[in-house]
Design a protein around this ligand. Structure first.
Ligand code: SF4
Ligand code: SF4
Length: 207
């Protein structure tokens, strides 16, 4: 059985995504970073995504698109996956435009995943084992930091810890508390689209 997240959970994800946007915008404004006029488009960066709940929410948005648009996107998704597999087999990191990007814009902007919402500004997070991870931000952001921030300690940072914690809680809720039993998700957006909404019905049978 394929699962789309229900109305209530969708509302909670939407709120969390809004919180991520606010946190991102705050740091971007402090640094003076905007994507306006950037020569790069991050939507061709290769990322894997790890939650059923985001996968399901993405599908909620996808299922609202007209059938012709869905067909075009799925066609691009297949092409995307083939190209990525070829590049990965050669031991290189793929750089292929996301199938949801049309003329530089995200077709499912409201439904885009956490990674799409957090890439760009400097970020940090504390893992459950206490280890602190730091992310320097995109190349444009790193240029700004180099030019304007003499003291590294003063560089504004988006802390992802609390946001990720909330996402894990939503994942637990989506999987009815059986997150530890479900197979691990490690997928591109293209693969999520091609696979249909997540199916987690058999996770309770797993040891
Ligand atoms: S996040 Fe950075 S690299 Fe990506 S489009 Fe925005 S400014 Fe450019
Ligand atoms: S989902 Fe949207 S924002 Fe994310 S990579 Fe694809 S086109 Fe870009």
């Amino acid at each position: 059985m394929k699962l789309l997240c229900g109305q209530e959970l969708a509302g909670q994800i939407s709120l969390l995504y809004h919180e991520m946007e606010t946190a991102y915008d705050r740091v971007a404004a402090q640094l003076g970073l905007t994507c306006e006029g950037c020569p790069d488009n991050c939507c061709d960066s290769f990322f894997l995504h790890h939650t059923y709940v985001e996968w399901s929410y993405l599908w909620r948005g996808f299922s609202e698109l007209p059938p012709d648009t869905q067909k075009k996107i799925l066609f691009r998704a297949e092409d995307y996956e083939q190209k990525c597999q070829t590049t990965l087999s050669a031991g290189e990191r793929p750089q292929v435009m996301c199938p949801l990007n049309e003329a530089g814009r995200c077709v499912l902007y409201k439904y885009r995943l956490m990674v799409c919402r957090t890439h760009g500004v400097p970020a940090a997070m504390t893992r459950p084992d206490g280890k602190r991870l730091q992310f320097p931000g995109c190349f444009r952001c790193q240029d700004i930091v180099k030019k304007n921030c003499a003291d590294v300690q003063q560089v504004p940072v988006m802390d992802r810890t609390g946001l990720l914690r909330q996402l894990v809680l939503l994942e637990q809720q989506f999987l009815s508390g059986r997150r530890h039993l479900a197979p691990r998700v490690k997928m591109t957006i293209a693969a999520m689209l091609m696979s249909g909404p997540p199916s987690v019905v058999d996770c309770s049978d797993r040891k």
